[in-house]
Design a protein around this ligand. Structure first.
Ligand SMILES: [Zn+2]
Length: 300
């Protein structure tokens, strides 16, 4: 596919060099990658990686999942590849993080920001796709202080309604509350209604199901729009071809699968660039039609 954009990549291995570790340690090589899209600069940060046990997925036989892993040339016993990404978008609206990774519980975003020369106090906004710990946990540092002391945190109004005062309270809501506390106390947490603009030129896109307020963020770039779609896909090896496969972290698995099918079709038809929290790092590419299903085409 002809690329109109000028892509500038700079991938920096973080920690021990891959070559020294061999393929078995590839998951530990965290890093960041920078790309220019129209008037925006996007940096992808790999906050965490590992494997999903097969048991967390529903709607496919374990053998089928193992086969998908093997056909990607990976050892199947350990499970499906798992990655957690967060993104920094720099543009006319300032410095915007999309999600914040795990934070003190297993995340490396803070170190990666430093390695990339980004001072977290210059981040103006943190857009949260939803309140799961691997997205909201990194709002704070190991001492409970805000990692982004001057940023406003924003989320769909359904998220606090569910996690902080609704049925999600007993299912991890305390962790979200902890991560958000200093922002709430400083009057720097705000909500929007699904579909409204989260920022000028940044529309929120309801992708409900994974959580009640799970949203994507569609950025105008001056060229093709760029959609950060959060947790639409947890396993690129499986769910592009089988969007009906769900994960146990879906609050409403049926609705999550329906949102996935719908946004696959829309992203493919519109030719949007897509970035995902759990797509293979650096997690930027396009959705393309592949027979009756879809496929992931990472940016080269
Ligand atoms: Zn997630």
């Amino acid at each position: 596919m002809a690329m109109k954009h000028q892509f500038i990549w700079s991938v920096v291995a973080f920690g021990v060099a891959l070559a020294l570790c061999g393929p078995a340690r590839a998951q530990d090589a965290l890093g960041f990658a920078k790309i220019t899209v129209g008037e925006l600069t996007v940096t992808a940060f790999q906050d965490d990686s590992g494997r999903f046990g097969y048991g967390v997925f529903a709607g496919a036989a374990k053998e089928a999942l193992q086969k998908a892993v093997e056909s990607a040339g990976l050892e199947a016993k350990a499970g499906l590849p798992r990655v957690v990404n967060a993104f920094l978008v720099e543009g006319p609206f300032g410095k915007v993080m999309v999600d914040a990774g795990n934070g003190p519980r297993g995340g490396r975003l803070a170190q990666l920001l430093e390695a990339a020369g980004v001072d977290p106090s210059t981040v103006t906004t943190v857009l949260l796709t939803h309140f799961h710990g691997d997205h909201i946990g990194g709002l704070r540092d190991g001492e409970g202080r805000p990692l982004f002391p001057n940023a406003q945190a924003l989320a769909d109004e359904n998220e606090p309604a569910y996690w902080l005062s609704g049925a999600g309270r007993a299912k991890g809501g305390d962790r979200a509350e902890e991560a958000l506390a200093s922002y709430v106390a400083a009057g720097r947490f705000k909500t929007f209604k699904g579909g409204e603009n989260a920022l000028p030129k940044v529309a929120s896109v309801p992708l409900y199901g994974h959580t009640p307020g799970h949203v994507g963020f569609l950025f105008e770039t001056g060229e093709k729009p760029l959609l950060f779609w959060g947790d639409v896909v947890h396993s690129s090896l499986v769910q592009f071809q089988h969007p009906e496969v769900t994960i146990q972290y879906d609050v409403d698995p049926q609705a999550a699968a329906a949102s996935r099918q719908k946004i696959f079709a829309q992203a493919a038809a519109e030719g949007w660039l897509v970035a995902g929290a759990h797509l293979p790092f650096p997690a930027l590419g396009r959705v393309v039609k592949a027979g009756d299903a879809h496929a992931w085409e990472p940016l080269p």
